[in-house]
Design a protein around this ligand. Structure first.
Ligand code: 1GP
Length: 252
């Protein structure tokens, strides 16, 4: 429960938490150290690590390199069951509750659970809700499931409540990495009104203002990934962090 409690504590003290997604397929090994240092000094609360394919190889060694640079929590955000590593602190134990594909609701979990136990990392049960976001995203395609239509916040809210009643610790509203449109603010609002567990929102968030709007509408954790694949954007990380940490005084 260490990482879960850490996240909850960040939400309580800062208003919301900010996680940056590291995709080993997208972040070259030479850029890991400068990027992580940049994130640390900008006020990021932790890292999600994972990718939909992981073509580039070894998750363990990627995490080991990240670990040298930071003591912030490293949470696996698995694209598949081969993304389990004892080097991480925790893993989002995702069930695609927006879909009706049993493999992604429970099937993969049966195979993954003993491996997670042996890796001795903390599973954080998360109801993963894919949201329509313009074009077909990798997450939608890979999960073989339909996303929630953007104009149906009530479906997202009912799905999230079902996740809460099933005992999940977080709801993750996902527009998909690099999404054309992020999760609609009205949908974040509807979900946060309906359920009492914290909501993670990610996918297609490209400005601090957009991140802040998600928080204003009830998001507890914001995830960005794609936007910082461009090094020219790194200076904006601190603006994202201040927009998300609304309870902290803004540095001038
Ligand atoms: C993707 O929610 C995350 O799973 C982050 O999305 O890469 O679009 O920021 P972006």
């Amino acid at each position: 429960m260490k990482t879960y409690n850490y996240l909850l504590n960040n939400v309580k003290t800062k208003g919301a938490a900010y996680l940056v997604l590291l995709d080993p397929d997208k972040l070259p090994i030479t850029k890991i150290a400068p990027f992580i240092r940049h994130c640390e000094k900008s006020g990021v609360d932790g890292f999600l690590i994972g990718g939909s394919l992981m073509i580039s190889g070894d998750l363990d060694s990627f995490i080991e390199v990240v670990k040298v640079e930071t003591s912030l929590p490293l949470i696996i955000f698995p694209g598949s069951i081969n993304q389990i590593s004892s080097s991480a602190d925790a893993i989002l134990f995702l069930s695609v509750i927006s879909g009706r594909n049993s493999e992604h609701l429970i099937g993969k979990h049966v195979t993954a659970s003993p491996l997670i136990k042996r890796a001795n990392i903390e599973p954080i049960s998360t109801g993963y809700i894919l949201v329509e976001s313009g074009v077909t995203t990798t997450a939608v395609y890979m999960s073989g499931s339909l996303p929630v239509p953007r104009n149906k916040p009530e479906i997202a809210a009912a799905t999230a409540l079902a996740g809460e009643y099933l005992g999940m610790k977080f709801i993750y509203l996902e527009a998909g990495s690099g999404a054309q449109d992020s999760v609609p603010d009205e949908m974040v609002k509807a979900v946060s009104k309906e359920c009492s567990i914290p909501i993670i929102v990610g996918g297609g968030i490209r400005t601090p203002q957009a991140a802040r709007k998600k928080v204003d509408n009830g998001a507890s954790v914001i995830v960005t990934g794609n936007f910082f694949e461009n090094e020219n954007n790194w200076d904006l990380i601190k603006d994202f962090a201040s927009a998300i940490h609304y309870k902290l005084p803004v540095e001038v």
